[in-house]
Structure formats: C-alpha cells, structure tokens
Write a protein that binds this ligand. Structure first.
Ligand code: ADP
Ligand code: MG
Length: 806
C-alpha cells in the first residue's frame, strides 16, 4: 500500500520558474514579448542583436518612451504593468502586453539588464534583475532615449529546457520568423536583426511598406506576386487587410503570417481554410504566401487563452473564415495572371479537345468550342474552297508528294463553281487592305493560260531540279535570286534567303557561354534588308511589324518568372539561338495565316510570298523551345482524376510491341520499374517541367506549354514509355534536352482521327493557338530552310512577271 502524498505550498521561486517556462518556451518567445513591449512604447526603430540563437545573448534596443526611473525597481516583478488596471480593461485592450509577466518571467530564467532613458530624464539608468528582483543598485549612465533590454544565458537554471534547445541555428530561424513577421506587419517601424559581430540579416527602413518589407525579408519572388486584399464586414465587426500571392507563385512550404488585432498568432483553422482555396489553383503539395491582418471587435476576441498569447479565440469564427475564403478566391480569379488550366482527363485514347475549360481573366469560364475568331475581317483560303477535308487522309511524305498535293489544291481551286463563288466574295472584299495575296494568285488561275502558268511552276520534273534547289538553299551565296524566266525549269525558290550565310548561326554552341552573342546585338544592316520587309509588311497588313532579332530580347512573358540558374538550360537555349535563321524568324514573326491544308500542313503568307509549312515540325520545335525558355515556369494542365502510371505504361508498351517479346521480361514488372523511375524523379519533374507525378505512382498534371493547347491524350502512354526509355536521366543537360524533345514530340502530335469535327478542331487549334504562338516567340532553326519544313511555293512578284510576258 502506498501512503498518500503530503500537499504543501510550492516555493514562490519554483512557481515563478514554472510560469516563466510556460511563457518563454524558446528565445523567440522572449523576443516576441520584448518586441511587443517596444511597440507598446511607440518605438519607431528596433535593433535586435543575437548570439547563439538567443540562448547566450539577446538584446533589443528601441527608441520608445523609456521606463520611468521610479518604476525600475518593480518593473520585473510578476503582474506589474502599465497597461491594465481592471479586468474589464482586457475587453478593449489595444496594447500587446497586459499581464505584466514577460519581464518577470525572463528575469526568472535569465540574467536580465535594462538600460533606459525617458525623454524628460537627464541621463539613462541601468538596472540588473534576478528572479523578478533588482540585483544591485540602479546606476545612472549615458544612453539614448528609449530602452535597451539585454537577456543573457537564457534557461541557465532550467537545464532540461536548455538541453532540449540544442540547435542555435534553429532558434535563430525562429527569431528571424518573429522579427520578419513583425517587420512586415509594422512596416512604419524600422527593424534590424543581426548576429553579434556580424552583418545584418534583416534591415527594414522606417516608414517602409508591407510589399517592400516582404521583398527585403522573403525576396522578390514573393513580393512581385503579391495581391492586396481587403474585406470589411460591419455585421461581423471584422476587417481584413492583407497581401496574398497569386497563382503563379507556389512553394513547397508556403507561409502564413497572421495577425489578429495586431498580435502575431497562429490559427490552424484559418491556415487550413486558406490552403483549401489555393489547392484548386496550385500544384499538389504546393503552397502560397499569405499575410493577413485581421481586426476584430476586441470584445469578440479572447487573447488570454494561451500563455504565450500565440493562439486566440474569437466569436463567429466560421463566418469570418468563410468571408476570408471568398475574398481570397475572388481575388485570385480576378487577377490577370491566372494561368493554370483545368481539363477533364478521360481514359487514354479519348480526346480532350472540347473539354478545355480556361479560367479567364474575369473569372468566367470559356469553353474552347465556344471561342470564335476575333479578327473576322481577315479572309482565309478555306473560305473559298474546301481544301481541308479532301486532304486529311493523305500521308505526309517527301517534297515531291508535297508538291503534288499542292497541285491538287490548285486543281481544287480551279473548280468552276468555287472560283465563281470566290470571285464574288473577292469583289466585295478586295478593297480591304488585309486581303491576303493568295486571292490574287488564284484569281489568275481562272484565266485561259491557267495550266500553262501553274503547271511548270509547281512540278519538279526530275531529281536534278530538286538537287539544284537544295544546293541553292545550302549554298545561297551562289545564285538564289528569283528566276524571272517563266519557262525556266527551276522556278521554285524554296525560301528566299537573301544572305543567310552571313547569319551568325555557325558558332559552336560550346563556345557560347553567354547570351550576348552577335545575334542579340544589332546585326550588320547589310545582312538583313529588313527595311524592305518592314515596308511591305506594314503596307499589306494592319499588323505591327516584328523585328526578328528582337525575339531574343523580347520573348514576351506574361508572368513574372523564376529565372533559371542552370547552365545546362542556358546552353540549350544558346544552341537554339545560334541555330536560328533570322530570315525565317522574320517570315514567321510577321506571318499571315492563310489556311490549314490538313492537320499536318498549313499555308502562310509573308509579304508577297506564300509558304507551305509542315505544321507538326514547326509545332515540335516550338514546344521544344517553349520548354527550354519556360523552364521552371511552365503552367499546369491538371488532370481531374490522376491516372495510374502503371496502367499507362502497360498500354504504352502494348502500343509499341504488337507481340510482347517474353525476353523483355514480364510486362507488368517492367511497367512497375518504369513507374518507380518516374516517381523517383518526381520532385525534379514538377519543379522544372510541371509534370506532376504523385508518390503513389499516378500522373496528376501535365505541363501547359502554350495557353489553350492540350496534347492528344491518345499518345500519352507512348510518350510516358519514351520518357523512360529515350530520356538520358544520367546527365543534366542531356536529360533536359531529351526530356524537352520527347515532350515536344508528344505535344505536337495532332489527333489522327479523321472525323470531321476532330479535324476541324485540330485546325482551329493550329490557326488560333499554335500559329499565333509561332508568330510571337518561335526561333526557327536554319535546318528548316533545307528540309522542307517551310517551303516557298509562290511569289506574287514572280507571277506578275510571268503575266507580263503572256
Ligand atoms: P506587460 O507588457 O504585460 O505590461 P511586461 O512585463 O512585458 O508586461 O512589461 C512590464 C512593463 O514594463 C510594461 O507595462 C511597460 O510599462 C514597461 N516596459 C517594458 N518594456 C518596455 C519598453 N521597451 N519601453 C518602455 N516600457 C517598457
Ligand atoms: Mg509586455
């Protein structure tokens, strides 16, 4: 049998030390109390100096009211305060302190010294304290107006606590959080934080602003994405003022800085509520930065629920949180930079085209199928004859075939009824400045000389001519002028390259460590007869001329960006820039879209020339470049239901091998290994490429390369298999290069379905999404000149010359 224990009153010192331990759990708690005292004393500048995370030394110097000389003897006793005299005062307390416990507590667990001077005192006074009592006499000494409190050897007599706080660095991090938080909230007060004898870590100026202080403390990546928000609700007697990051910003950890009635507090409920709003907009496990200052009727708040006043309780919590959530949501939707696109993912193989839902700037949803062409004035070739449907099934092959196809187009055009109809339309519209040149070209087809003129111009009769053309492109310095002889058997100049050999594109990318190549600088004027192009482009179109070399400098990004520091990515970008053909860039930058012949080929016009483009080749390069240039900044296509990777791999492997070769092992096992590889790379994939793979092996999001474009999901399984097998995961640069390439191939694949609706929608995408993006940013490689990706097929000037002779 155990005897019952004897109850006795605890020593006052023990009581005080227990109480002190509750209030001051770590140096940051003590500092928070001291900062609040300084703010209560109306300081405008606060300087904090720390040694060993505040455990050894913590000093705070302010320029506030100071402490009266005759209060110095009791200031560190428990329950001595200048801020509260009756319990009722608590209901309307507007100061931070009220319990008179902070200084007392600190003096029980540390050596505390106060040096203070009020404005009316002639000199400063210094006093040391132990266990709430003055230790030694109060000494007059020199000092500035304000108070300096020094706390040394914190927890020297609470060894268990001291042992628990082993890492000064961790304590310093907490101190930085507290100082940073108060500096942001009290932007009119200057805060300085430094380690003893070292440079300052935080220094905010007096009369700064919240955003400037966020920039100083957290950096520009957060500050530039901040949206200001404000809520006022007289019924709930609440108001909120704050700054929240827009949806472009996301961080693994995120942060929430919450002040309720100017007191730094933590509210897990508010944190969760805010997170739940952002969850719709940010990638999984990514968070926002949110600073909220919530002001509530003091009568509705109980600040006295937690010893460190770290938590508060307030009335109408649920309604207030709801108001905050709605306000954040509205703000996020109304901000211009919403760039995350949501799509409904079906099983692989199904099309997603019609299900694109974009959150637009005003927050309204616009379905892709409802979008209409904005520029209704611009005539397109398909208005005049139905080129597309007749061409859709044709396989895309070599140049000769392309030419034949093109002849087929011309033949279509010579159809009487169509031509009549077209003439009719043309008559009514040809006064407009922006009627494309193709109208003139085909108009002439109606003449009796039609066949004689067109046939020799578009048919390659033998291999020699092809070679001639290729040579003339490869060695453009020889003779590449437009041939004015109508009967000459070499009538087609693939691309009119005035002086491409002078292009600075033959530099070895390895030599190029800095972007400041001659490409970026002003090229020799003789090399680029842009004045001609400019005048023609401006004359013919009411569109602004885009200078090709500007593309490098002005790749226009809608969003503030994270600039990558990776040399490998920069090198890959230099390679793109060094192999870019400026002439082609000029053509594409100022292109006028004429029509899609089918899903793989399109006609564009530049100046007086007509070009045939292999759309998917252009698109692939465009996407490849987009991935490199938007590296770390790509948007996300969220899948509403994450897709199991293993199943996708099985599908992908099946698609690759009709008959599974058992030597390759078990297909499921292989799929699992493939899943493991992607899961192991998931952090990198998300951060760099916005490809989101969950830890459970599901695909949650794909990168958004060009706004409004989603890849053909039927090709997803093959893409994933190729990611595993074709990407070089071992070397950084190779990995980025091959990953970007495979992704570009996947994204540039059109839906192969020949259903009319699908073909139409593919073409719509190309005209309204892909070609505008090409116009804006695309840097075409020189290889496009010779490999038929872009082929000049008609020149109005030549045609005129032909007709003059007839
Ligand atoms: P409380 O803040 O709850 O009143 P404290 O123990 O924190 O209790 O402070 C006790 C008193 O000491 C305060 O009420 C205030 O009058 C005075 N005091 C403390 N710090 C300062 C300061 N930095 N400047 C001026 N007065 C101070
Ligand atoms: Mg206080």
């Amino acid at each position: 049998m155990y005897e019952p224990g004897i109850i006795k009153k605890l020593d006052e010192e023990v009581v005080n030390r227990i109480a002190a331990g509750e209030i001051v759990q770590r140096p940051a708690n003590a500092l928070k109390e001291l900062i609040e005292n300084s703010l209560d004393a109306r300081s405008t500048n606060i300087i904090i100096t720390v040694k060993a995370g505040g455990l050894k030394y913590l000093q705070i110097q302010d320029n506030g009211t100071g402490i009266r000389h005759d209060n110095l003897d009791i200031v560190c006793e428990r329950f001595t305060t200048s801020k509260l005299s009756q319990y009722e005062d608590l209901q309307a307390i507007s100061t931070y302190g009220f319990r008179g416990e902070a200084l007392a507590s600190i003096s029980h667990i540390a050596h505390l010294t106060i040096l203070t001077k009020t404005a009316s005192d002639k000199c400063a006074y210094k006093a040391s304290y132990e266990n709430g009592k003055l230790k030694g006499p109060i000494k007059p000494c020199a000092g500035n107006n304000g108070t300096q409190i020094t706390v040394e050897d914190l927890f020297y007599n609470v060894l268990a606590r001291k042992r628990a706080l082993r890492s000064p660095n961790e304590e310093y991090t907490h101190i930085m959080e507290v100082v940073g938080g108060y500096a942001i909230h009290n932007s009119h007060v200057g805060f300085t934080l430094k380690k003893f004898g070292e440079n300052t870590d935080i220094k905010t100026p007096i009369k700064s602003s919240v955003i400037d202080n966020v920039r100083i403390i957290h950096g520009n990546s957060i500050a530039r994405e901040l949206l200001e928000m404000e809520v006022k609700d007289p019924t709930l007697k609440m108001s909120v003022h704050g700054y929240i990051t827009n949806v472009n910003y996301s961080h693994k950890k995120g942060a929430m800085l919450l002040f309720i009635n100017h007191r730094l507090v933590d509210s897990p409920t508010i944190r969760k509520a805010v997170d739940s709003v952002y969850a719709t907009y940010l990638p999984k496990n990514a968070h926002s930065y949110v600073y909220l200052s919530l002001e509530l009727d003091p009568k509705n708040v109980d600040v006295n629920v937690h010893p460190t006043k770290h938590e508060v309780q307030f009335l109408y919590e649920e309604q207030i949180i709801d108001r905050i959530k709605t306000a954040i949501e509205t703000k996020l939707l109304s901000c211009n930079s919403s760039r995350v696109m949501y799509t409904q993912a079906r099983l692989p193989g199904a099309t997603m085209v019609d299900e694109i839902v974009r959150k637009t700037t005003d927050g309204a949803k616009v379905y892709a199928k409802d979008l209409v062409r904005v520029d209704s004035d611009t005539q397109k070739i398909d208005k005049f004859f139905r080129v597309a449907n007749k061409q859709t099934d044709r396989p895309q092959t070599n140049k000769t075939d392309l030419t034949k196809d093109y002849i087929a187009v011309i033949d279509d055009a010579s159809d009487r009824n169509e031509l009549d109809r077209r003439k009719e339309t043309n008559r009514t519209t040809n006064t407009e400045a922006n009627v494309p040149m193709d109208v003139d070209i085909f108009e002439e087809n109606n003449e009796p000389t039609n066949k004689e003129i067109t046939t020799p111009r578009f048919v390659f009769e033998d291999e020699d001519h092809l070679n001639d053309i290729e040579n003339s492109v490869k060695e453009p310095n020889k003779t590449n002028n437009i041939n004015t002889e109508p009967n000459n058997k070499n009538p087609i100049d693939l691309i009119d390259l005035e002086s491409p050999s002078k292009e600075p594109n033959n530099k070895n990318p390895k030599d190029m460590d800095y972007l400041d190549s001659s490409l970026v600088s002003e090229p020799n004027k003789n090399n680029y007869p842009k004045h001609n192009w400019k005048s023609v482009a401006v004359e013919n179109e009411n569109i602004s001329y885009i200078d090709p070399k500007e593309s490098f400098k002005t790749r226009t990004f809608k969003y503030e960006r994270v600039e990558t520091k990776l040399t490998s990515v920069k090198q890959l970008r230099y390679r793109v820039e060094n192999t870019c053909s400026m002439n082609l860039r000029e053509i594409l930058a100022n292109l006028i879209f004429i029509a899609c012949i089918d899903c793989n080929r399109s006609l564009i016009q530049h100046s007086t020339k007509l070009y045939l483009c292999e759309t998917s080749r252009l698109t692939e390069e465009l996407f490849y470049e987009t991935i490199l240039y938007d590296f770390q900044n790509l948007g996300l296509i969220k899948l509403s239901n994450p897709l199991p990777l293993e199943e996708l791999f099985v599908l992908g492997l099946r698609a690759q091998e009709d008959e599974w070769n058992p030597e390759l092992g078990d297909m499921r096992e292989l799929s699992q290994q493939m899943v493991e590889l992607l899961v192991s790379k998931r952090a990198m994939l998300l951060e760099y490429f916005s490809l989101e793979v969950t830890s459970q092996g599901e695909l949650a999001a794909l990168p958004l390369l060009v706004d409004g474009h989603t890849p053909f999901m039927g090709a997803l399984p093959t893409y994933l298999v190729r990611l595993v097998t074709e990407v070089n995961w071992d070397s950084e640069k190779e990995c980025f290069d091959t990953f970007s390439r495979q992704t570009a191939i996947f994204y540039s694949q059109p839906n192969p379905d020949t259903l009319e609706d699908i073909v139409k929608s593919e073409m719509w995408k190309q005209e309204h999404i892909i070609f505008p993006a090409i116009r804006r940013n695309f840097l075409p490689p020189t290889s496009f000149v010779s490999n038929g990706a872009i082929l000049q097929i008609a020149s109005l000037a030549d045609l005129y010359k032909v007709f003059e002779r007839c």
